[in-house]
Design a protein around this ligand. Structure first.
Ligand code: ZN
Ligand code: ZN
Length: 341
C-alpha cells in the first residue's frame, strides 16, 4: 500500500512510499481508509514543530470500513468507523483510567508516534474505534475527530451557557466546529479572522451570529458594545497565533475564560499582568477524551453539527504537496485525502 511518510526530522522530509499492509494482533481491527483529513497538527509535523517518530505514516483523522478483525466481536466486516488517534497508552495511570488518554505519559498517536491514516489501511485496537452514524456520509465522517477536540474544549473543558458572548479566533476547520458547538451550547458567537480569511469568514457566517474581519473592524469596540462594556465571557482561540492569544486577554471580561485550542508550535511573548488583574481563567484543551467522544458521536447522531460544508477538497494522496501548500497559504478549508493504489 502507498503511504505518506514523514521519513526524518526537519521541515517537510515527506514522501509517498510503498509499505506492507499491516497485520493484526488479537483485539485489533484493520480499517480500509476512505478519507483522511489534514489537521493543523499535520501542518506542525510538516514544519517540524510537533513531536513524531520517523519514519511514520502521517494522519490521524479518518473514516473507513472494517476490513478484518482479530479476536474481537465488537465490529463486523463492512462497518463504517472512525477512531480515537491515541492508540498506544499505559492503561493504568490516573489519566488513562479517567478516559483522558491524550494526557498519558506513554501516549502515542497514529500519524505521529505510530503509523497513521494517510494510506490505505490502518490497524487500530477495537476500543479506539467508533461507529459513524448511518445518515452521515462515510467521507464526511473523517471530521469526527476534529469535532471531538472542539466538543471537549467547549462542552467539557469550559462552561458556556445561553446568553454568554463567545469570541472564536481563527476561522479554520477547528474555528468552524468550535463555533457550531458553542452555538449548540447557547452562546452568542462572534467569529473573527483577518483579510486573508475573507472566504473562511463567509463560510463561518453560516453558523456564527457575527463574523468580523479584524483588519477592518475594531473588534474590542464591537465586543464591548455587545457586552455592556464588560468584554466577552469566553474566548476560543483556534488559530495558535501569538497575536490572537494576546488579544484574547484584552477581549475577555474580568473573571472570563480563555480556552486555547490552537497549538502555538513555538514560544511567544505575552504580557501576563493584565490577565492577572482581570482574574482570567486561562485553559487549554488537547485532543479528545472518552467522554468527549461519546458526546461527539451523540451530537452527530442528533444532526446537531454540519460537517459537510467544512470540507473544501477531497484529493488523491499523490497530491499531498499541493494540499499542504494550499493550507499553508490559508487556501481551502478541510482537505481530505483519498487513498491511492
Ligand atoms: Zn486533528
Ligand atoms: Zn496512562
Amino acid at each position: 500500500m502507498k503511504g505518506l511518510v514523514k521519513y526524518d526530522h526537519g521541515p517537510v522530509n515527506m514522501e509517498v512510499r510503498e509499505l506492507p499492509v499491516p497485520e493484526l494482533k488479537p483485539g485489533e481491527v484493520r480499517v480500509e481508509i476512505r478519507a483522511a483529513g489534514i489537521c493543523g497538527t499535520d501542518i506542525h509535523i510538516y514544519k517540524d514543530e510537533y513531536p513524531y517518530n520517523p519514519p511514520v505514516i502521517m494522519g490521524h483523522e479518518f473514516s473507513g470500513i472494517v476490513d478484518e478483525v482479530a479476536d474481537t466481536d465488537e465490529y463486523r466486516l463492512g462497518d463504517a468507523v472512525t477512531g480515537i488517534p491515541t492508540t498506544v497508552v499505559c492503561g493504568v495511570c490516573r489519566y488513562c483510567t479517567a478516559g483522558q488518554h491524550s494526557l498519558c505519559d506513554s501516549r502515542l498517536s497514529i500519524g505521529s508516534g505510530v503509523h497513521g491514516v494517510f494510506t490505505k489501511y490502518v490497524v487500530m485496537p477495537a476500543w479506539a474505534l467508533r461507529r459513524i452514524p448511518e445518515h452521515l456520509d462515510l467521507t464526511i465522517g473523517a471530521l469526527s475527530e476534529p469535532l471531538c477536540c472542539c466538543v471537549k474544549a467547549v462542552s467539557i473543558r469550559t462552561s458556556v451557557a445561553a446568553g454568554d458572548v463567545a469570541v472564536v479566533t481563527g476561522p479554520g476547520p477547528i474555528g468552524m466546529l468550535t463555533t457550531q458547538v458553542a452555538k449548540a451550547e447557547g452562546a452568542y458567537v462572534i467569529l473573527t479572522g483577518t483579510s486573508e480569511d475573507r472566504e473562511r469568514l463567509e463560510l463561518g457566517a453560516r453558523w456564527a451570529d457575527e463574523t468580523v474581519n479584524i483588519d477592518e473592524v475594531d473588534l474590542l469596540g464591537l465586543v464591548r458594545d455587545r457586552t455592556q462594556g464588560y468584554g466577552a465571557d469566553v474566548i476560543y482561540e483556534c488559530s495558535g497565533s501569538a497575536a490572537a492569544t494576546r488579544s484574547a486577554i484584552e477581549l475577555v471580561r474580568k473573571q472570563g475564560t480563555i480556552m486555547q485550542i490552537g497549538l502555538h508550535g513555538a514560544p511567544f511573548e505575552v504580557d501576563f499582568f493584565p490577565a492577572e488583574l482581570k482574574e482570567i481563567d486561562i485553559r487549554t484543551s488537547f485532543a479528545g477524551s472518552l467522554d468527549a467522544w461519546d458526546r461527539t458521536m451523540v451530537m452527530l447522531d442528533q444532526r446537531r453539527i454540519e460537517l459537510e460544508p467544512i470540507v473544501s477538497d477531497v484529493v488523491p494522496l499523490f497530491e499531498w504537496e499541493n494540499a499542504f501548500r494550499r493550507l499553508l497559504n490559508k487556501e481551502g478549508m478541510k482537505i481530505l485525502f483519498e487513498p491511492v493504489d
